[in-house]
Design a protein around this ligand. Structure first.
Ligand SMILES: Cc1ncc(C[n+]2csc(CCOP(=O)(O)OP(=O)(O)O)c2C)c(N)n1
Length: 369
């Protein structure tokens, strides 16, 4: 009889035990019932309503901008519908002076952080003024290079630490972005220097058309934090209250000098990756329907209505006000100065090198003609 040799390491069970260490934190379930009072954030009724208004604003914004894009009024657009809790409840937990580094999908939190709507629309049109922020605005323009914002966030956070500034730096990345080298470098650097950064991974299941399970063998994305020696947690990305609490707590931890935290939000984008792809080619309608049942608006609507703090009428008011806000901003954009290449070149460097100076002259002549 052949003796089967006992395995010296339980590799499979080691791998499978990972999920036990990364449970998904929730405050509200899919119906809006409180399932974990310990994680309930300390928000007044007014603040809860304020947060809901932002979520409704975000959904309306996404629907309108999608429509405007289809009409050819704006450039490319990366839809954010479905990710409102992940984006807007996390931003809501920041304090004045906290620094935000968003991606191309995170224009809504950038706007809530203080960027005028007009500027967001200029950004979609590829106008340089879309990136031209006042020095005191605590944010960087939306990043299109996957992962670049993670290394920048680590650097800004180290700067905050060195200056003794009591603020945090928060940045977003998608599930696909966590396979990028910059992601690991960013969290490792911030961890090594105890820099006050909050790294949000918005796991919306797809990097363009690549499903999360094909992107990485990791059981969770939160566990990637462990390799950098920093805490990582997984939160229900459709639950605004759980996300708010997670960011608030991460903020306290980082500001106390403990270093960064990584938060994986389990979320979903209802629309395509950008307006140039067809999601029906890579995901079924059943999956979309499954996630729609977990929607952040259903949860918050039920939760707040139960407390007598929300109504259909109130929701319609927010929707109508948002539509007017968008219409007004578009009118402002229509009056914006068309951008000149010479202007674009002039703001590239504090002191333009000779070749850029030559190009400026060439374009100024062309623009005069
Ligand atoms: C360095 C780099 N490589 C490739 C691309 C092209 N690209 C744009 S979006 C994207 C997928 C990103 O997916 P994910 O990080 O999951 O973010 P999501 O769009 O789902 O929010 C890729 C590969 C890029 N912008 N930058």
């Amino acid at each position: 009889m052949i003796k089967t040799k006992k395995r010296m390491f339980e590799f499979d069970s080691l791998l499978n035990s990972v999920n036990e260490y990364f449970p998904m934190y929730q405050v509200l379930d899919e119906t809006g019932k409180v399932v974990n009072t310990d994680l309930m954030p300390n928000l007044s009724n007014e603040e809860l309503v304020d947060l809901m208004e932002r979520l409704v604003w975000g959904r309306t914004y996404d629907k309108r901008v999608t429509l405007l894009n289809r009409q050819g009024q704006l450039g490319n657009y990366a839809p954010s519908g479905g990710q409102e809790a992940s984006q807007l409840a996390s931003q809501y937990a920041l304090e004045k002076g906290d620094y935000l580094l968003p991606t191309y999908r995170d224009l809504p939190p950038l706007i809530q952080h203080g960027m005028p709507l007009k500027q967001a629309f200029l950004w979609y049109k590829g106008h340089m003024d879309g990136n031209n922020f006042p020095a005191d605005f605590a944010a960087m323009p939306a990043q299109v290079i996957i992962g670049a914002q993670y290394t920048q966030a680590a650097g800004v956070a180290l700067g905050f630490k060195k200056r003794g500034r009591k603020n945090v730096v928060m940045t977003y990345i998608g599930d696909g972005g966590t396979s990028q080298g910059d992601f690991y470098e960013g969290i490792n650097f911030a961890g090594a220097f105890n820099a006050p950064a909050i790294f949000i991974v918005q796991n919306n299941l797809f990097g363009i058309s690549t499903p999360r399970y094909k992107q990485t063998k990791a059981k969770t994305l939160a566990q990637k934090a462990i390799a950098a020696g920093i805490p990582g947690i997984q939160v229900d990305g459709m639950d605004p209250l759980a996300i708010y609490t997670a960011v608030k707590e991460a903020r306290k931890y980082a500001i106390a000098g403990n270093g960064p935290v990584l938060i994986e939000t389990m979320t979903f984008r209802y629309g395509p990756h950008t307006m140039s792809d067809d999601p029906k080619r890579y995901r079924g309608q059943e999956l979309v329907a499954e996630w729609e049942k977990r929607d952040c608006l259903i949860r918050m609507r039920n939760y707040l209505s139960e407390k007598g703090l929300w109504s259909d009428e109130k929701e319609n008011e927010v929707i109508e006000a948002t539509k007017i806000q968008i219409k007004d901003a578009l009118a402002e954009v229509a009056n914006a100065e068309p951008q000149k290449i010479s202007e674009f070149l002039k703001i590239m460097y504090e002191e333009a090198p000779q070749n850029i100076q030559e190009q400026i002259k060439i374009y100024e002549e062309k623009e005069r003609a």
